[in-house]
Design a protein around this ligand. Structure first.
Ligand SMILES: NC(=O)C1=CN([C@@H]2O[C@H](COP(=O)(O)OP(=O)(O)OC[C@H]3O[C@@H](n4cnc5c(N)ncnc54)[C@H](OP(=O)(O)O)[C@@H]3O)[C@@H](O)[C@H]2O)C=CC1
Ligand SMILES: CCCCCCCCCCCCCCCC(=O)OCC(=O)COP(=O)(O)O
Length: 325
C-alpha cells in the first residue's frame, strides 16, 4: 500500500498538469462584434469591464440605475481610441433598478431591442452590507438579496429563452469569495453570493445541452466604491472606504481576467490572494478550524466596535453604532 502511494500521487499530479496545459491551449475565443450586456457599468468593476470589452471590439449594452453616470461612461468610451486595430462600437444604455422585480421584464425587452440578441450577459451589479445580524432589520436582508440575487437571476431568466432559441449564449456572474465562504458582519452579502453561486451552478448543468455557457467569477477585495456604497443594519449607507477594499486588486486587472474567462468559457474562476484562497479550501477540508477562526474574528470586531464607541466617538464621522471594519 505504502509503495503504491508515491506513483499514485505523481500520476494524479501529472494528470492535473496535463489538464491545466490543455485548458490553457483550448482555443481562445474573441469578443469582437459580440453583443455584451454589462449590469452595474456606471462604476467600479462594471465600468472597467465596459472599457476592456469595448476595447476588445464588443458591441456593448451598459446598464445601471443612473442615466447621467451611464452616459458619462458612454461618452468616455466613444472618445477613447484603442491601442489595438480592433473595430469598436458605440455602446447602448438601458436604465433599470435590479431591486425592482417588476421592471426587469421590460428591461430585458429593451436590451434585446438594441441588437436583436445577446451573446454575453455579465451580471456584475451588486451592493454589499456591514452589520451584525442582531442589529439588522429583515428588510435590509431582503434588499441585498433583491439586488444581488433576485435581480440578476430574473434578468438571466428573462434573456435565456432568446439564447436557447439561438442555441448560443454565455451567462457570466460576478460573485465573490464570499459566495464560497461566509465571514462575520456580512450575513446579507455572503448569503446573496452563496445563493448566486448555487443558482448559476444549477443553471450551468441544465443549460449546457442548449449550447450556453455559464461562468461564475469570485473575486477577493477590489479597489472600488463597494464598501462606501454598502448598506448597514438600519438601511443607511455605510459610507466608508475600508482598508481591505482600498488595498484590493486593481479593477482593471480583474476586468481583464473577466475578459479572459469569457474568451475561454471558464466555468468557475476564483480571483483572490493566498489567504482568501486558503480560507476557501479550509472551509471544505477543515470546517471546524474555519468556524473557530471566524468566531475569533467576530469577537475581535465586536471588541473594536466597543472600543471605538467608548474612546473614539469624537473621531467618528458617522453616528455611533454604524461603524464597522
Ligand atoms: N469591490 C470588491 O471588493 C468586490 C466586489 N465584488 C462584486 O463586484 C460587483 C461590482 O461591484 P463594485 O464595482 O465593486 O462596486 P460599486 O459599488 O463600485 O459598483 C456597483 C455597481 O452596481 C450597480 N448597482 C447597485 N445596485 C443596483 C441596483 N439596485 N440596480 C442596478 N444597478 C445597481 C451600481 O450602479 P448605480 O450607479 O446605479 O449605483 C454600480 O454600477 C458586485 O457584484 C460586487 O459584489 C466581488 C468581490 C469583491
Ligand atoms: C491554518 C492556516 C489558516 C489560514 C486561513 C485563515 C483564514 C482567514 C480568513 C480570510 C477571510 C478572507 C475574506 C475575504 C473576503 C473577500 O475577499 O471578499 C470579497 C468581497 O466581496 C468584498 O466585499 P466586502 O463588502 O466584504 O468588502
Amino acid at each position: 500500500m505504502g509503495g503504491a502511494t508515491l506513483p499514485l500521487v505523481l500520476t494524479t499530479l501529472g494528470v492535473l498538469l496535463l489538464y491545466r496545459i490543455l485548458t490553457r491551449l483550448r482555443s481562445n475565443g474573441s469578443v469582437q462584434g459580440l453583443v455584451v450586456v454589462i449590469t452595474g457599468a456606471s462604476s467600479g468593476l462594471g465600468k472597467e469591464c465596459a472599457r476592456v470589452f469595448h476595447a476588445a471590439g464588443a458591441r456593448l449594452v451598459v446598464c445601471g440605475r443612473d442615466a447621467g453616470r451611464l452616459q458619462q461612461v458612454v461618452q468616455e468610451l466613444t472618445a477613447s481610441t484603442t491601442a489595438t486595430q480592433k473595430q469598436t462600437f458605440s455602446p447602448s444604455t438601458v436604465i433599470f433598478d435590479l431591486a425592482k422585480a417588476d421592471t426587469i421584464g421590460k428591461a430585458a425587452e429593451e436590451i434585446l431591442k438594441c441588437y436583436g440578441h445577446v451573446d454575453v450577459l455579465i451580471n456584475n451589479a451588486g451592493i454589499s452590507y456591514r452589520g451584525n445580524i442582531l442589529d439588522t432589520h429583515i428588510s435590509v436582508q431582503r434588499e441585498v438579496m433583491e439586488t444581488n440575487y433576485f435581480g440578476p437571476i430574473s434578468l438571466t431568466q428573462a434573456l435565456l429563452p432568446s439564447m436557447v432559441h439561438r442555441r448560443s449564449g454565455h451567462i457570466v456572474v460576478i460573485s465573490s469569495v464570499q459566495g464560497k465562504i461566509a465571514i462575520p458582519s456580512r450575513s446579507a452579502y455572503a448569503a446573496s453570493k452563496h445563493a448566486t453561486q448555487a443558482f448559476f451552478d444549477c443553471l450551468r448543468a441544465e443549460i449546457e445541452q442548449n449550447g450556453i455557457s455559464v461562468t461564475v467569477i469570485s473575486p477577493g477585495y477590489i479597489q472600488t466604491d463597494l464598501s462606501i456604497n454598502a448598506v448597514t443594519g438600519d438601511g443607511s449607507k455605510y459610507g466608508i472606504m475600508d482598508k481591505a477594499t482600498a488595498a484590493g486588486q486593481n479593477p482593471r486587472d480583474v476586468a481583464h481576467a473577466v475578459l479572459k474567462a469569457v474568451c475561454q468559457r471558464s466555468s468557475d474562476v476564483l480571483l483572490a490572494g493566498t489567504l482568501p484562497s486558503v480560507a476557501v479550501y479550509l472551509r471544505t477540508l477543515w470546517p471546524a478550524l474555519f468556524f473557530k477562526l471566524m468566531s475569533s474574528r467576530a469577537r475581535k470586531e465586536q471588541k473594536l466596535k466597543e472600543n471605538l464607541l467608548t474612546f473614539g466617538s469624537r473621531t467618528l464621522r458617522r453616528p455611533p453604532g454604524q461603524d464597522q471594519t
